[in-house]
Design a protein around this ligand. Structure first.
Ligand code: F6P
Length: 538
């Protein structure tokens, strides 16, 4: 069996803000997500530990290591059950530095909750990528049931402990209110990793109010962008009889406050950057270049095979590039790594077939006996190998039609060469930060093709200067900053809750404050201690 994880390699970079993560008023830290950070998979050769193609899980691992918390997630490996105790806790996790509790949702329930409601209703609903969401009652019931099972696991895990529970993403929108009902002492936060659409788009969901009530069980609700926060507040305002406080970005519902704030997710810049400088990684990158590009330019794309990633639009633009700039033939090779994803959803299977056909078309139209414009790798590639690919590439293209953030672009900035070029869709959250990228509109095929031609011809000095600035941006706002800002905001909510204890109304009700108050802490002076979260975050 593979080692659980190369824990030494993951040791936190000295400069990381994660070093400064403070204990959360003595509370336990519990993360809940549908997708688990790793799975035990058995095949003919034995059992291996596999990591999913999920930016979410990669981003959260440093947070888990810093807080030494417990992660609760749905099992996904065929050998997962062999490595857990009777409560689902994975044994021997010392090496990875946090605990994982696996939930074993029945396969039929997973099908309706995950493939059905999560990925066929909520995913297209929130990504405005011209793909119609489907709302089946059976899927909705499964979604409620699956969220309920997660709530039971959280309640069992934390018992009466005054824990912080940090819920992840759109698969678990009902969970916060369900946890609050069972464990009122918990401090609950959630991060929504995908876009939040405008109220007009969201109102087609028949269970929109239930979803909103579920989310308002949170003390803190985070999105990547202020734009998504505003869309959420507008939606709540439109759909529910609650008080929306525009200035403080809060929603008061049944005397409880949910604070809504933006926390742009990022990557572990120092770790990735350091890793690709190692001699073995450099050698691997050079090998990839030799094998895949020979003496041509190598342009790379990396994503899950998903229609929101604009893969068809990109292949269309590559086709157009060689139509409009035939002199570029044989000078550049496009490599496209798309990990199979959500294959239970019909739209994803159809999309894969359409991508295969589009690649065949461009290769047939423009290929030469010893050169194919597009080389496709449709399989899972481990994160560290992907970093070597980035280092091998002359450029990376991110062509999402709509993306909450897009961590591929930030990983490329961390791992790529000093003279690399980033082509970035203007419809990604990352485009708000990575201003030195070459922006493309994946819907505008001709302009997209011309932007690629111009980017490939960019003088070296300009490429280097753009990359230098991009690196500074990502290094200054790495995943450590994200974790730090979220934990700090959670901290503030803790003190807000404690302050509520001192109001005459709360006293009259005999309301018991959270952990620190019960433990004798929570004086007003301490409550005033943390300053506002990073400027612009709220
Ligand atoms: O980042 C959005 C997201 O849907 C995560 O919730 C998820 O883990 C990741 O993409 C990959 O998707 P999945 O878990 O469905 O394979």
């Amino acid at each position: 069996m593979d080692s659980m994880a190369s824990a030494k390699d993951r040791s936190l970079p000295k400069s990381s803000l994660l070093q400064k993560v403070t204990p959360l008023e003595g509370r336990r830290f519990v993360v809940v997500s549908n997708r688990a950070p790793f799975a035990h998979v058995r095949d003919g050769a034995g059992v291996t530990v596999e990591k999913p193609p999920s930016g979410l899980t990669l981003a959260l691992e440093p947070m888990m290591q810093a807080t030494q918390g417990t992660w609760i997630a749905n099992a996904s490996g065929n050998a997962d059950h062999e490595f857990v105790d009777e409560r689902g806790h994975v044994r021997q996790t010392e090496e990875i530095g946090y605990h994982l509790r696996r939930l074993f949702l029945p396969p039929r329930l997973t099908e309706d909750f995950y493939t059905g409601f999560s990925n066929s209703a909520l995913w297209p609903l929130c990504h405005i990528a011209y793909h119609q969401p489907r709302f089946e009652e059976r899927w909705w019931r499964a979604y409620v049931r699956a969220n309920g099972l997660f709530a039971e696991a959280v309640a069992d895990e934390i018992g009466e402990d005054p824990a912080v529970v940090f819920v992840q993403d759109f698969q678990l929108a009902l969970l916060p209110a369900m946890i609050r009902e069972r464990r009122p002492q918990a401090l609950i936060a959630q991060f929504w990793h995908i876009p939040w659409p405008n109220p007009e788009a969201f109102r087609v969901c028949p269970w929109r109010r239930e979803l909103l009530h579920g989310l308002l069980g949170n003390d803190l609700l985070g999105f990547h962008l202020l734009y998504h926060c505003n869309n959420f507040l507008d939606t709540v305002d439109r759909e529910l009889q609650v008080r929306v406080e525009r200035e403080s970005h809060g929603v008061m519902a049944q005397d409880r406050l949910t604070t809504v704030a933006a926390f742009p997710l990022s990557v572990d810049y120092a770790r990735i950057h350091r890793r690709v400088q190692q001699p073995d990684a450099r050698e691997a990158a050079a090998r990839l270049r030799r094998q895949r590009a020979q003496n041509r330019k190598l342009v790379l794309s990396v994503e899950r095979m998903d229609y929101t990633k604009g893969i068809l639009e990109r292949i269309g633009a590559i086709h157009r590039l060689f139509d409009r700039h035939p002199e570029l033939k044989e000078t550049v090779s496009f490599v496209h790594i798309a990990t199979p994803s959500r294959t239970g959803v019909r739209a994803y299977r159809d999309y894969t077939a359409a991508v295969d056909r589009a690649i065949l078309r461009v290769n047939t139209a423009h290929g030469r006996p010893d050169w194919q414009p597009v080389q496709a790798i449709h399989q899972y590639v481990e994160p560290e190998k992907i970093w070597n690919w980035y280092h091998a590439a002359d450029a990376v293209v991110v062509s999402s039609l709509h993306d909450g953030m897009n961590l591929v672009s930030k990983e490329y900035v961390a791992a790529g060469r000093d003279d690399g070029v980033l082509f970035l869709s203007e419809f990604t959250g990352a485009s708000r930060e990575l201003r030195e990228a070459v922006f493309i509109n994946p819907y505008a095929t001709d302009a997209f093709a011309d932007a690629m031609a111009a980017g490939l011809a960019m003088p070296e000095a300009e490429r280097r200067e753009r990359m230098r600035r991009l690196r500074l941006r990502v290094a200054n706002a790495d995943v450590g900053a994200w974790v730090h800002d979220i934990l700090r905001a959670i901290h503030q909510r803790e003190f807000d809750a404690q302050n509520a204890l001192f109001t005459p109304r709360a006293r009259a009700r005999g309301w018991k404050g959270p952990a620190a108050v019960r433990a004798g802490g929570g004086d007003l002076e301490a409550a005033a201690a943390p300053g506002p979260a990073r400027a612009g975050s709220y």
